[in-house]
Design a protein around this ligand. Sequence first.
Ligand code: 5GP
Length: 182
Amino acid sequence: MLAMLNKKETELLELFSEEAIQKRIREIAEEINAVFPKDEELVVIAVLAGSILFASDLIKRLHMPIQFEFVRLSSYGHDQKSCGNVKPVDLTLPGLEGKNVLIVEDIVDTGITANFMIDYIKMQHKPEKIKFAALLDKCCARQKHVDIDFRGFEIDDKFVVGYGLDYMGYFRNLPYIGYFPQ
Ligand code: 5GP
């Protein structure tokens, strides 16, 4: 099956080790703990599927009561470039009016997905406070401005996989982040 992908884990070059990712997540969690009150509920919205590992590790280190929610969007299909528009697959969420919300993304590339999510939550749900966290920031590829409140790492314009990020559905399970040499 993996042979069909014609990209193999053995060809991957490591960009961020498991240790580096976990250390950065501890630091981001401290930043978030300092911004949101300890005694107020925080609704953490993970944008599936890429952010699932990041969001899961992050929430373990947050000190306030957490409600963990998910939305599913699609902007890449099976390509390595964003197709430029966001396809909402599942935006089912509980009421967020008056609540503190943290949106968690795996990576901001063009910024189209993040922009869509932030605008959608603000307009449809009117939360009290909304912040945005992304593990990776491919800032050189940006087409739409995004205020990233909590950022893991900046990266160059290369296609990365691992730690939640996939290539055709594979490699999400890797504990590190890597890329394929060109
Ligand atoms: P944007 O809308 O910012 O262009 O893209 C956001 C989404 O595209 C991310 O949530 C992620 O799913 C996907 N994406 C962007 N860059 C990469 C990448 O380098 N690798 C992988 N696997 N997905 C990416």
